[in-house]
Ligand binder design. Structure first.
Ligand code: PAF
Length: 300
C-alpha cells in the first residue's frame, strides 16, 4: 500500500494531476468533509471501478458555506490522520485537503450556484441555505480537480439529485455516480454524525431504517399505508424527534394522489436525536411488495 499524496493547495493539486492529464487518464473524485467511514470507503471503490488506473482523488473539506449559524460547523469532526489511513487502505492516489482560504480566497464568493426549487423541500425546509453552499463548493471542486467522474452517496439523496441536476443544467461534463448507502449490521445508515450519538440515542437511531423498511412493506397497500407503517416505528423510538417523513417520486417531485400499482418512489426521513440530526432514504414501489433494488440497499 502506498500512502496517498496529500496536497493542501490548488497549485499542488494541479501539479500532481498534470501527469494523469497528459496521459489522458480518467480522473475520479470523491468529495467529502472528512471524518471518513466505511460509507466513504465504498465511494472510493466505486470511483476506482470507474477510472481503472487513473487517479482517484478524495477531497477533505468541511465547507463553511453549507452550514447555517447554529449548525454543527465547529463541532464537525476533523480527523485527517485517520482519513489518510482509510484512503491509503482504499488505494486513493491523492487527498486534497485545502484550507478555507484556499477554497474561498476572497471570502464567500459573489457568484454562487442557485439550486432552484428542489432545494426548498425536505432538507431545504429546515436548512434553506444548505444546498446553495453544497452546490457552490461542488462546482469549485469540479473546477479545481476537473474529474471525469465524481461519486456521491445515495444517503444524501437530495444532495445527489441536486448535483445531478446542476451538472445537467450547467453542462458540467462530469459523470455523477450515486453509490448505495452503507449500513451498520442493524440497518443504521453510516454517517459521520453517528459518532455524536450516546448509547441510548444510538439504540433508538435504528428506528429510521426500520421505518423505511416498514414503509416498503406497507407500500404494497399504497402510500398512506406505507407512511402509517413507518410512523409506527418512529413513534416507538422515544428519543427520535421526527423532522420529516415523505414519499416522493425518485426525482423528489410530489407523488400524484392516485399512483398506479408498480410506481417507483422514494421514502425519505430526517429526525433529531438530541442535538444530532440524521437522514436516511430508500427506494420503494407503490402497490407491490419490495422494490427493484431491495437486495442492494442494506439490511436491518
Ligand atoms: O456530502 C458531503 O460530504 C458534502 O456535502 C460535500 C458533497 C462533500 C460538499 O461539501
Amino acid at each position: 500500500m502506498t500512502r496517498p499524496v496529500l496536497v493542501h493547495t490548488r497549485a499542488d493539486l494541479a501539479a500532481r494531476l498534470a501527469p494523469a492529464r497528459a496521459a489522458d487518464s480518467r480522473v475520479g473524485l470523491v468529495p467529502t468533509m472528512g471524518a471518513l467511514h466505511e460509507g466513504h470507503a465504498s465511494l472510493m471503490r466505486v470511483a476506482r471501478e470507474h477510472v481503472g488506473d487513473g487517479p482517484v482523488v478524495v477531497s477533505v473539506f468541511v465547507n463553511p458555506m453549507q452550514f447555517a449559524p447554529g449548525e454543527d460547523l465547529d463541532r464537525y469532526p476533523r480527523t485527517l490522520d485517520d482519513d489518510l489511513k482509510l484512503c491509503e487502505r482504499e488505494g486513493v492516489d491523492l487527498v486534497f485537503a485545502p484550507s478555507v482560504d484556499e477554497v474561498y480566497p476572497q471570502g464567500e464568493p459573489m457568484v454562487t450556484v442557485e439550486p432552484g426549487p428542489l432545494a426548498g423541500v425536505l432538507e431545504g425546509k429546515t436548512r434553506p441555505t444548505h444546498f446553495r453552499g453544497v452546490l457552490t463548493v461542488v462546482v469549485k471542486l469540479f473546477g479545481l480537480v476537473r474529474p471525469d467522474v465524481a461519486v456521491f452517496g445515495q444517503k444524501d439523496y437530495q444532495q445527489l439529485a441536486l448535483i445531478r441536476r446542476m451538472v445537467a443544467d450547467l453542462c458540467q461534463g462530469v459523470e455523477v455516480v450515486g453509490a448505495e448507502t452503507e449500513r451498520e449490521p442493524d440497518g443504521l445508515a453510516l454517517s459521520s454524525r453517528n459518532r455524536y450519538l450516546d448509547p441510548e440515542q444510538r439504540h433508538d437511531a435504528v428506528a429510521l431504517s426500520r421505518a423505511l423498511h416498514a414503509a416498503r412493506e406497507g407500500a404494497q397497500y399504497g402510500v398512506a399505508a406505507a407512511l402509517t407503517a413507518a410512523r409506527a416505528e418512529l413513534r416507538a423510538a422515544k428519543l427520535v424527534d421526527l423532522d420529516y417523513l415523505a414519499i416522493t417520486t425518485p426525482e423528489l417531485d410530489e407523488l400524484p394522489a392516485d399512483v398506479p400499482p408498480g410506481t417507483e418512489a422514494r421514502i425519505l426521513v430526517a429526525a433529531r436525536l438530541g442535538s444530532t440530526r440524521l437522514i436516511d432514504n430508500m427506494p420503494l414501489v407503490i402497490g407491490t411488495t419490495g422494490s427493484p433494488d431491495v437486495s442492494t440497499e442494506g439490511n436491518s
